[in-house]
Structure formats: C-alpha cells, structure tokens
Design a protein around this ligand. Structure first.
Ligand SMILES: [Fe+2]
Length: 334
C-alpha cells in the first residue's frame, strides 16, 4: 500500500497591491510586501503575534533552508523565527529559542512532516523571488529583492548541487576548465594562483590519478554561503565554501562543527542556542581554526569574499549521542 502523503502549499491571494501570495503552514501565516516579510501566529492565550523581517534577509535564509534540506539542527532566520531539523520532521518556531519571547509566553512551535514544510517553503521562495534577484548570490552580485511582484527567477532558486561523476578535474569536469566553458574566477579572487599540482602517473593510469588546486577551484565558486565543493568519506564531510557579506542564517548546532579559515577574515557572533543570549565573538584570520560547540548558535560576517572550510560530522547517530551524554558538547576540554 502506498502510504506516501502528498502535500500542497496552502495559499491565499495574491495580494491585490503587492502581487505576492500569502502562505499558511499550520498556525503560521507568511505575508510579503515590497520591503518586508510578516510572520503571524496566535499565542497560547489567544493573542495575535507577529514578526517582521527584511524581505531580502528572509529570502536568503529561506534559500539556504530549502537548498540544504533544513541542514543540521537549527536554521534560525534571525533570533526569533526558524526551523529545527529532526530529519523526518521539522519544527517551525517563532520565539521558542529566545529567552524573552519564552518568558512572555508569546512563542509558538509546531512540528510538521519534512515534506509539508519543504513544499510550502519552495513555493514561497519561487513566488516571492522577483526577476533579477538571486538569493544565493552575494548582495553586490545580484539585483534587488525589493518591490512588488515582478516575474520570477526559477533558474536561481531551483539551483541544485552539481554532482561529480569522478574526482574533480578529471576528464569531463566542467568547473576546473579554464577555456571559458567553466566558471570564471570571481572578482574577489583575481589574485589567487591558478596553477595546478604536478602529476606523474604511471603510464596507463593518466585517467585515474588526479590532483587539483583547491584555492583555484574555490576562486570560481559563483555563490556564497553554500558548500562549493564537498568531499564525503563515511560521515566526514569536508565542505569548503566561499563567503561574502553575512551568513544569511544563524545556525544552531546539534553537533560540533569545525571551521578552518582558508583566506581573508570572518567575524563570528556566537550565542546560546536555546536563549539567543550572546556568548562569544570570534575573529578568524587566514589559517585560524575554531570549533562551534553543539550548544551554540553562530552567524558569520565576511567583509571581503573569503574561503572557509567547514568540517561536518554527518553521523545520524551523533546528535543522539550528544543528547544522551555519550559524546561531548565541546570538542576539546582544556
Ligand atoms: Fe554552522
């Protein structure tokens, strides 16, 4: 018997002036006007509550939440609204992980099947993104998110990971090509050497042995705050990325996450995962390493496009090991 449930987004509108649809998910309502997104819900004692976000900030966060499949742990759009991934279901919340909203009793958290949230968020992203705005792009490299409904940008919001069939750089790989058919070097990485490692494979193995210049590779990434290239060895995920402007979400960890700053500089604001209260400010310069503990939230600011290697533990078990005390919250105890 087919027990798969098919979900459709629930909408009203479009708005007679702004042209955007209004979306409904459980007891949450999402509206967009020319500049802002308004999230509305009803508190436990029946009072109306709402939260307003800049439409550009909201769409950049929504793009990551959709594109990353709700990611690991918490995707806070800001310190009020966000999602928590339970890997088969997703919590959608407003104020639940903010000590003052909790104290005031004005928060709401509702759990949904992952597919129901995904369908709603994908449709919202597609309806609310105007022509010329790419939520994955650095703000200086794309158009404006603002204004009334004006077309769409489905190519950008439906972007999916390009999967390598073989090791990057081997025959038929597009990204490393320098003949104009691959990705161009980004303006911020014009000084990154494009030379390649020397290779001396035994005769007959020329198409099986390869190495490439990761800095040159990353200099060609066309998006920011999105893993540009990922290697997967069992549960060890190496995710080098390029970062410019701010991380569009405040990531709340359910496991330890390591950062290696490969170039330039990122400043991280770190806070308490549950209360949103500030905990630390981490200034990472090229060559620095840091680990984000499993009980923090963090948001990075990269004044110039920079290269960051994020090392994720993709184990489906580790989150429960941490919850039940079998694995540490902090990666190192001094
Ligand atoms: Fe993170």
């Amino acid at each position: 018997m087919d027990i798969a449930v098919k979900f459709k987004s629930v909408t009203t509108g479009p708005h007679p002036v702004y042209g955007f649809k209004t979306f409904h998910l459980g007891d949450f309502t999402f509206e967009r006007d020319e500049y802002f997104t308004h999230i509305r819900w009803t508190t436990a004692d029946g009072k109306p509550a709402s939260h307003t976000m800049d439409a550009g900030d909201f769409l950049r966060a929504l793009m990551r939440d959709v594109g990353w499949g709700f990611f690991y742990g918490w995707v806070n759009f800001d310190n009020v609204f966000g999602t928590t991934n339970h890997y088969k279901t997703v919590d959608v919340f407003a104020g639940t992980f903010n000590v003052n909203y909790k104290k005031a009793g004005v928060d709401l958290l509702q759990n949904f099947p992952t597919e129901e949230v995904r369908v709603t968020f994908v449709d919202m992203l597609e309806d609310w993104t105007n022509a010329g705005f790419d939520p994955y792009a650095a703000p200086q490299e794309t158009g404006s998110p603002y204004g009334r409904k004006n077309g769409d940008n489905l190519d950008a919001v439906r972007r999916v990971r390009q999967l390598a069939e073989r090791c990057v750089g081997l025959k038929d790989d597009l990204a490393m090509r320098t003949d104009g058919a691959g990705y161009p070097v980004n303006r911020a990485f014009a000084d990154v050497p494009q030379d390649a490692p020397e290779l001396h494979p035994e005769p007959g193995f020329e198409n099986e042995i390869h190495a490439f210049n990761l800095f040159a590779y990353l200099s060609r990434s066309d998006v920011v705050w999105n893993p540009s290239f990922t290697s997967v060895v069992k549960h060890s995920y190496m995710c080098p990325t390029t970062e410019e402007h701010k991380l569009p979400i405040v990531h709340g960890n359910d496991r330890v996450e390591w950062f290696f700053q490969m170039s330039d500089e990122i400043v991280w604001d770190c806070g308490d995962k549950i209360t949103a209260e500030p905990r630390a400010r981490v200034v990472m310069k090229a060559g620095d390493m840091a680990a984000m503990p499993a009980d923090c939230r963090h948001q990075g600011f990269s004044p110039k496009r920079s290269m960051l290697l994020v090392w994720e533990n993709g184990s489906p078990q580790v989150v429960y090991d941490i919850l039940e005390g079998r694995a540490p919250i902090n990666p190192v105890s001094f």
